[in-house]
Design a protein around this ligand. Structure first.
Ligand SMILES: C[S@@+](CC[C@H](N)C(=O)[O-])C[C@H]1O[C@@H](n2cnc3c(N)ncnc32)[C@H](O)[C@@H]1O
Length: 278
């Protein structure tokens, strides 16, 4: 599969890079790699829309006149763009209860849940606040005997943790082929029984006690109704992948389907929610 790579150079870099990446996700870009001057952004060739990108850049420049930005475009074959980072990245310890590490790190004996992940470009090493916060929220969640969905599973890290915490049935769905294959590998490496599927909310065919979706604001808004149809009464929905300022729009949508907000946390402007279904 061919990909479009856009090299963004930004001055100043801090803060604007995150905002721009979030906007790029909305028009089909799926992965990013930081550089000294900015970042590289990747989009599948079939999803790439030059007009949408031009409009996004124009709007960004109008809204952020202080930013000096330039771009370079390349067409490339799909590859593991994170390969160098993945050879030596640091492990992540969450609240001293869960340690997400690679096969080149020693597990921590004093930690209850050690999860080995080989990310192969997929999202889900716990470095990102969206993953980190769901793992934080799961710390006090009793999953024993529960049926759980991990929608937008990336590496499968949340599904693996759920199984470790005693969930009875765990399913992981991702609409990215690399992520799907990567989750299969990680589930295998951790020796847990998780049903891993390639697709999206259209695959949902049973009901869950706990439903996790760490994706992004627009997909969540689009798919919340479908998720709600597959969450049992009294069930829990964890949402992540959006900014604090998006909470109200997501809650407006969730209220329509009988959810109430039980807990909300935030980290570096990213928010994560725990909702309960009536
Ligand atoms: C933010 S990552 C989360 C990965 C992992 N669950 C974690 O918490 O680190 C979002 C994942 O959702 C997947 N995704 C995007 N749109 C989706 C959709 N409509 N349905 C299912 N998965 C989707 C992406 O491929 C990506 O792997």
């Amino acid at each position: 599969m061919k990909y479009i790579e856009i090299e963004f150079s930004l001055k100043p870099l801090e803060m604007y890079s995150e905002i721009l990446q979030s906007d790029l996700c909305d028009i089909g870009f799926e992965s990013f790699q930081d550089t000294n001057e900015g970042f590289l952004a990747y989009c599948q060739e079939g999803l790439f829309n030059q007009m949408k990108l031009n409009a996004l850049i124009e709007r960004f420049i109008v809204l952020n006149p202080d930013v000096d930005m330039s771009t370079k475009t390349k067409e490339i074959e799909q590859q593991d763009w994170n390969a160098e980072w993945e050879k030596s990245y640091p492990a992540v310890l969450i609240n001293n209860y869960c340690y997400v590490h690679a096969n080149f790190h020693q597990p921590l004996e004093e930690v209850e849940y050690n999860i080995e992940i080989s990310p192969k470009m997929s999202f889900g090493t716990a470095h990102h606040p969206t993953t980190f916060q769901i793992i934080e929220l799961l710390e006090n969640e009793n999953l024993v005997g529960k049926d759980l969905m991990d929608m937008g599973s990336g590496t499968g890290v949340l599904a693996i943790l759920a199984k470790m915490k005693g969930a009875a049935y765990v399913e992981a769905i991702d609409n990215d082929e690399w992520a799907f294959k990567n989750a299969l590998e990680n589930v295998e490496a951790n020796k847990f029984d998780v049903r891993v599927r390639y697709g999206d909310s259209g695959l949902l065919d049973r009901d869950y006690d706990v439903f996790i979706a760490n994706i992004n604001r627009n997909i969540l808004l689009q798919d919340l109704k479908k998720y709600s149809q597959h969450i049992k009464s009294g069930g829990i929905l964890f949402l992540s992948g959006f900014y604090i300022e998006d909470i109200s729009i997501l809650m407006d949508e969730a209220l329509k389907y009988g959810f109430s907000l039980d807990n909300q946390i935030s980290k570096e402007n990213w928010a994560a929610l725990r909702l309960i279904k009536k």
